[in-house]
Design a protein around this ligand. Structure first.
Ligand SMILES: Cc1cc2nc3c(=O)[nH]c(=O)nc-3n(C[C@H](O)[C@H](O)[C@H](O)COP(=O)(O)OP(=O)(O)OC[C@H]3O[C@@H](n4cnc5c(N)ncnc54)[C@H](O)[C@@H]3O)c2cc1C
Length: 465
């Protein structure tokens, strides 16, 4: 590695931030190439939305890209036109965060000391191979890029298809597999019924988009438990930072943690206090708690408690929650609880048959479109992305046993098919969920990017001496 070259696949928040940290830590002549199939670097999936009703679900004051400069995003916001009003909102339109990340990227690229050390490459990475000499990334158009190390910052994948759908339905014109695709809600008759699979934050985004485009028809949302994300507390201090309360050792088993959490919530409620800070106080230690669980406890959590955790932990901004509530009150949005039994096309319409959880009876919903809002697909054996398929087929990576992402080490190195850790391949962001669990939002990813940059920079420095 005489001129170490590091490729980062994905220029959303994770990949972009990692690139910046690597730039600051790796000495010349190390070079970094940041690659994305999107033309706008820094936005990724979450912050690419142009809809002003799509708000951050974390207050702006907690969205700094740097944990040691907590006010950084808000200070940037305040320098933007209308920044005062935006910052006062707390939950700002998501695109502002994308613009902030992009600003960080271009600001650094203009610094003379970094000028020639970071390349932006627009393209789709469709393959990656490894030889003793290093890595070769294949991009669309049969372009090749040689690298000594590569980091997967590929973010979330579209939801897994509902198992009870007929194959021709999944390929047909009534189904939208990707809720974030531009055509997910386009071209709908305003009075048509729309069926959404999932009742989480992605569903909330879809409902808000439908309302914004003047949709008048019924919106049905279905999930196994029918749980809606809770709302952030009104007046939740935007600057509040979750802190670990020093105290007795944390319990290590799922049963003990659940019991302790429930007791804390009960006590807070009895004192007339809000339950949310109890959940938020766990944030800084959630990864450690997850890592202390046995495999059986992790599986049990995913099977029984995950839906409850998700709706309490990943909450809606008040404004969004109000709109969802109003749509429910008016009857336009109807939530259903049950398991899909069949999804098919009949007489030109989508028909979704589900078994209701409460009484086991069968019900059918009919609509002009079905949009899968079931949450990101995490089982890498079922993800069709060519890069993922190629990595697994070559044995360079393997899915983790809980099917939450790829199997990685605590330093974010990929494990190969046999479990050996790679010295060249790393991952950041949602791909690493199995090892960390709590690696969804900016406050967690920013710490991870720093740690991975430290680790990779140490390898680079060692090869340069
Ligand atoms: C709708 C939504 C809203 C969210 N809102 C918030 C929020 O308010 N606050 C918060 O803290 N977190 C939020 N999150 C969590 C969010 O996932 C993280 O904050 C963070 O943005 C994840 O960034 P990422 O870079 O890992 O992934 P992504 O943003 O998904 O970026 C991955 C990038 O990789 C690119 N890519 C993937 N594969 C390839 C390939 N083979 N070749 C080339 N490019 C590739 C994609 O084009 C994409 O740009 C939200 C997530 C979603 C989905």
């Amino acid at each position: 590695m005489r001129h170490p070259a590091i490729a980062i696949v994905g220029a959303g928040f994770s990949g972009t931030l990692l690139a910046l940290h690597l730039l600051h830590r790796c000495p010349a002549p190390a070079r970094i190439t940041l690659i994305d199939r999107r033309s706008q670097f820094g936005h990724g999936q979450a912050y690419a939305t142009g809809n002003p009703s799509h708000l951050l679900n974390v207050p702006a004051a907690r969205m700094s890209a740097f944990h040691d400069r907590p006010g950084h995003f808000v200070e940037w916001l305040l320098r933007q036109p209308g920044g005062d009003a935006l910052a006062a909102q707390g939950f700002v339109p998501r695109w502002h965060f994308g613009a902030y990340v992009r600003h960080l990227l271009y600001e650094d690229m203009q610094q003379p000391e970094y000028e020639d050390r970071l390349d932006l490459l627009h393209g789709d990475v469709v393959g990656l191979t490894e030889t003793e000499a290093g890595l070769t990334l294949t991009l669309d158009g049969d372009r090749r890029l040689a690298a000594d190390m590569a980091v997967l910052a590929v973010g979330n994948f579209p939801p897994e298809p509902p198992p009870a759908a007929t194959p021709d339905f999944l390929d047909g014109r009534l189904y939208r597999p990707d809720p974030w695709a531009p055509d997910a809600l386009a071209g709908l008759d305003t009075d048509a019924a729309v069926l959404l699979i999932g009742t989480g934050l992605t569903m909330a985004d879809a409902v808000v988009s439908l309302l914004d485009q003047g949709h008048r028809g019924p919106i049905h949302a279905l999930s196994r438990r029918g749980l809606l994300p809770r709302r952030h507390a009104p007046g939740n201090p935007p600057g509040l930072h979750a802190t670990a309360t020093p105290g007795p050792a944390l319990p290590a088993t799922l049963v003990e943690v659940t019991r302790a959490l429930r007791a804390d919530v009960r006590q807070a409620t009895a004192r007339g206090e809000d339950w949310r800070p109890v959940i938020d106080r766990l944030r800084p230690v959630t990864q450690a708690v997850w890592q202390s669980f046995t495999a059986a406890d992790k599986a049990r959590f995913l099977r029984h408690l995950r839906p409850w955790w998700d709706v309490h932990r990943h909450r809606m901004a008040g404004v969004v929650a109000d709109r969802i509530e109003a749509a429910r009150q008016s009857g336009q949005l109807q939530l259903h609880t049950g398991r899909i039994q069949l999804l098919r096309e009949q007489d030109g319409a989508a028909v979704l048959t589900f078994r209701r959880r409460s009484d086991g009876t069968l019900h059918s919903l009919t609509g002009a479109r079905v949009v899968n809002c079931a949450g990101p697909g995490c089982d890498y054996d079922r993800i069709g992305d060519p890069l993922v398929r190629g990595l697994l087929a070559a044995g360079l990576a393997r899915p983790d046993e809980l099917r939450l992402g790829l199997d990685i080490t605590p330093t974010c190195a990929l494990r190969d098919r046999l479990g050996a850790l790679s010295g060249r391949l790393f991952a950041v962001g949602p791909v690493t969920k199995a090892a960390f669990w709590e690696i969804t939002a900016v406050p967690d990813i920013r710490r991870q990017c720093e740690a991975v940059a430290d680790h990779i920079a140490a390898i680079v420095k060692a090869t340069l001496v």
